[in-house]
Design a protein around this ligand. Structure first.
Ligand SMILES: [Zn+2]
Length: 339
């Protein structure tokens, strides 16, 4: 008999209280082809159909053992809602955004009347409601694109040029996307999500740099974090790649957790992060996908020794990842990295 329930342990971890062992949770997408085969819910249908999304999301808990359930599995629901073309992908490939819809500030106005209760966003919200009823004892994680990445998706490749030229479109668009984030977070939390993850890969420190992050990202992310807190939920921000240049600024948004990938130097990162829990930074491709259960267990042990709070995939789980490797991640975490 363990000391804490899944919910208690994760909540205590984020509140800085003592815990018996790290939580074995996953803040990035959890689906694998193995889970698709065992549930009969395959991508791309599982992105679009509520029943299939529920089954595949629950498999992360039922089949792998993650002490959390997370939806969705992709990063395309919001751009699609606003009219971006999306390529569906396959069981092996997540869907991808193929085109943008915003050229100038007037284009933003035509997006304001769009009702979020349609398409994939509605599927995600309905799935949350069902998962909350079916798995009341499991922490429920809702994921969304962060304000900068959604803005970049809506504006396309011109986004960075517009930033460099100080075009008024950029703050206008970020205002719009961060307001949408707040409403979407509200809809998720009202249906039962306790943890909201913002995926904001476009904020990558090397891509954006410290000055641009300060100017075009920090305050918008902070507004969303504040709203998530007002709703009584916990906020996690995930950024890919090397973020040494911006980690202290990211931490200052007040987010409860920062999820980072294997390119991050844990020691240097911990020096910069004073507020948030450190989530990561297991190599999703080089080890979780291509490694062995033994190597995965070893990496879990390493990141825990280095001071990571929650050992977890450093980015989206590759869908061809062997389930045995994810189970090894869960098991090694439960053993507190001592095996
Ligand atoms: Zn990532």
């Amino acid at each position: 008999m363990e000391e804490y329930t899944f919910k208690e342990r994760l909540s205590r971890c984020f509140n800085g209280k003592d815990i018996d062992r790290p939580p074995a949770v996953c803040f990035t997408q959890t689906a694998t082809v193995g889970q698709m085969e065992s549930t009969g819910s395959f991508w791309p249908d599982a992105h679009l159909n509520t029943d299939k999304m529920v089954k595949l999301a629950a498999a992360g808990h039922d089949h792998i053992g993650f002490e959390s359930i997370r939806v969705p599995f992709n990063c395309t629901a919001e751009p699609k809602l606003f009219g971006c073309k999306v390529k569906d992908g396959s069981p092996n490939i997540p869907p991808s955004v193929q085109g943008s819809v915003v050229k100038d500030s007037e284009d933003i106005n035509s997006l304001r009347s769009i009702d979020m209760m349609q398409g994939e966003v509605a599927t995600i919200l309905e799935s949350i409601e069902i998962l909350k009823k079916e798995y009341p004892e499991v922490p429920l994680i809702g994921s969304m694109l962060g304000p900068v990445t959604l803005a970049e998706n809506l504006n396309g490749a011109r986004f960075f040029v517009n930033m460099a030229q100080n075009d008024e479109l950029v703050p206008n668009l970020l205002e719009f996307t961060s307001e949408f984030n707040k409403e979407y977070a509200r809809a998720m939390v009202e249906r039962g999500v306790e943890y909201v993850v913002m995926l904001d890969p476009v904020c990558n420190g090397q891509l954006l740099g410290r000055d641009y992050y300060t100017k075009f990202a920090q305050s918008y992310q902070q507004k969303v974090v504040d709203t998530i807190h007002d709703l009584g939920a916990i906020s996690v921000i995930h950024v890919c790649g090397n973020n040494d240049q911006i980690l202290d600024l990211l931490d200052m948004t007040g987010t409860d957790g920062i999820s980072l990938d294997h390119k991050t130097n844990v020691q240097q990162a911990l020096d910069q992060i004073n507020n948030a829990r450190y989530i990561g930074n297991l190599d999703p491709s080089g080890n979780l996908y291509q490694g062995t259960p033994e190597k995965v267990a070893e990496e879990v042990k390493n990141v825990l020794n280095q001071g990571v709070d929650i050992p977890a995939p450093g980015c989206a789980v590759v869908s061809n990842t062997p389930d045995s490797n994810l189970k090894a991640l869960v098991e090694a975490t439960r053993m507190n990295g001592t095996n």
